[in-house]
Design a protein around this ligand. Structure first.
Ligand code: SGN
Ligand code: CA
Length: 526
């Protein structure tokens, strides 16, 4: 009997144990998959040409000088979107499109004088409501206060590079240090202090490398003795295009005249404006700056360049400072990636890197953005998602910033409302591009004449062609991107392109209807 009892006891013990084990397995099988954390690393005006992971005229130079090792690391372990575009190449409008998934006319933030209507649906609000803990750190630029975030600390407007102010729900305070590093610090502090019972969304948004391209002290000497390769179009004559291209005010040679742009004191010939930035510097910072920039200043003063040589001189000054700011940005991308690793979060965190739009690094003779031409239409987009995105993958379907909100929703196990214009690119990340994925994108830029006199325009881009309409002046451009990737010769009106022109014009109208775009304004307003 004794043995009977003990074997019965043993049976009960074993069955109870296996029941427990089974229920644990069942729970695992039946539970919804764990929702990933999302880290959205973002920057301002970061061109594809200045990222080593993107093929470009500058790729070799960037990698030779190790400007973006951390972004390259992210790209090597994740995937790179090669056709990623904005819908309106300006700061606030791009950010509003990202949050809402809507084109500018529908989210109401059409240019930098708009105020974001924070009553509307945004992806961060929806993620927060679904149980994510959410944070917004850095450049916001949407005027109204952030909503949908458990934690936020933002720069006022454009913010400052040195000793910037930050606004938080409790007020505004100046922080000592360099803006890009301070945003990195704040992101890391939040990652450490966050509510660890919830999945998280961290939006870490840098000011760099926005004008006036002020590098940190540690990178002031970077590239000092190098010569940055010039673009083939540095001396573009703007022939072969509609008139707006020749009427802008964003030429490196002619329009980069501010002391803060060129860092020469006393002012460069024709220089205007002294940036408030210099006034925020400590004495020690000013000494470091003088040490770095006095030689540039002296060389300039001793034999001031003229004509094309002046353009070349300004191009070098601009590009070196731009790339020094990119280097500091890259340092801080790396710091956040290291923090994720240190917390053991790599496997279940989707890391996205993007910038609000691309930028001209001297192409067409320009700095700034705004145009629907390739350099400013393009946005860098790199996504790391272990076990889903194959390391080193390159994606070619066309995606747009209106797709980010639905993508964040799908990553978090939800979906964006039907009214949203964008589409989730999660299927693309998984390697299953939907058969009906878009074959054209719609674009609308509004802000004229502010800052750089770029005429308002709408346009459509397909795989091979781009049609642009400057509606206030009634002019068109059509580019064959395969034959003319630099967009130097519009073929609008060329009989050989008549059928392409018709197809593209019809497609532009179709997209305007699909997105319920507003009619073109009548000349003279209203
Ligand atoms: C500032 C810059 C412009 C830039 C706009 C918009 N001038 O006004 O060059 O186009 O911001 O940039 S600066 O002298 O103040 O630097 S955006 O990225 O915020 O849209
Ligand atoms: Ca910008």
């Amino acid at each position: 009997m004794a043995s009977d009892t003990s074997s019965r006891r043993e049976f009960l013990r074993v069955s109870a144990a296996s029941a427990l084990a089974l229920s644990a397995t069942m729970r695992k099988v039946m539970a919804a998959p764990e929702r990933p954390n999302i880290v959205f690393l973002f920057s301002d005006d970061h061109s594809l040409q200045s990222i080593g992971a993107y093929k470009s005229r500058l790729q070799r130079f960037i990698n030779q000088h190790n400007i973006t090792p951390q972004l390259n690391r992210l790209a090597d372990r994740g995937g790179v979107f090669e056709r990623s575009y904005c819908c309106n190449s300006l700061c606030g409008p791009s950010r509003a499109a990202i949050l809402t998934g809507l084109h500018s006319h529908a989210n109401g933030f059409i240019d930098n004088s708009s105020t974001f209507d924070s009553r509307q649906w945004t992806a961060p609000k929806a993620l927060q409501a679904s149980g994510y803990t959410t944070a917004m750190i850095g450049k916001w630029h949407l005027v109204s206060e952030p909503t949908g975030f458990d934690h936020w600390e933002i720069l006022p407007g454009q913010g400052s590079y040195y000793n910037p102010d930050f606004i938080t729900p409790t007020g505004t305070a100046r922080r000592a240090g360099y803006c890009t590093d301070l945003i990195g610090d704040a992101a890391i502090s939040w990652l450490r202090a966050r509510d660890k019972t919830k999945p998280f969304l961290l939006m870490c948004q840098h000011k760099a490398p926005h004008r006036p391209w002020m590098p940190p002290e540690r990178h002031l000497g970077l590239l000092a003795n190098e010569s940055v390769p010039e673009p083939a179009t540095l001396f573009d004559d703007y022939k072969g295009r509609a008139t707006p291209a020749s009427e802008q005010e964003m030429q490196v040679g002619r329009d980069l005249t501010m002391v803060s742009d060129l860092k020469v004191r006393p002012p460069l010939v024709g220089a205007t404006g002294l940036a408030g930035e210099f006034n925020r510097m400590t004495d020690a910072q000013k000494v470091a700056w003088d040490a770095a920039y006095v030689p540039r200043n002296e060389r300039f003063t001793a034999s001031p360049p003229e004509g094309r040589e002046l353009t070349r001189w300004k191009y070098q000054a601009y590009m070196k400072d731009y790339l020094r700011c990119v280097k500091a940005l890259d340092d801080n991308i790396g710091r956040v990636l290291d923090e994720l690793s240190a917390q053991g979060l790599d496997d279940n965190t989707v890391v996205i890197y993007a910038s609000d739009q691309g930028f001209y690094n001297g192409e067409h003779g320009w700095f700034d953005k705004r145009w629907m031409y390739e350099e400013s239409l393009s946005m860098p987009l790199i996504v790391r998602w272990p076990d889903v995105v194959k390391p080193g993958q390159r994606f070619s379907p066309m995606v747009q910033n209106i797709d980010y909100a639905p993508t964040l929703m799908e990553l978090a196990g939800g979906a964006a409302p039907d009214s949203v214009h964008g589409k989730s690119f999660v299927p693309i990340l998984r390697g299953n591009t939907p058969k009906d994925w878009r074959t054209s994108i719609y674009y609308h830029y509004y802000e004229f004449p502010q800052d750089h006199r770029v005429q308002a325009h709408v346009g459509v881009r397909t795989d091979r062609y781009k049609l642009i309409y400057y509606y206030a002046v009634g002019q068109w451009e059509l580019f064959d991107l395969e034959k003319d990737p630099q967009e130097l010769l519009s073929v609008f009106g060329d009989p050989a392109y008549l059928s392409v022109q018709t197809t593209m014009t019809v497609e532009l109208e179709r997209l305007r209807q699909q997105y319920k775009e507003k009619p073109y304004p009548r000349p003279g307003g209203n």
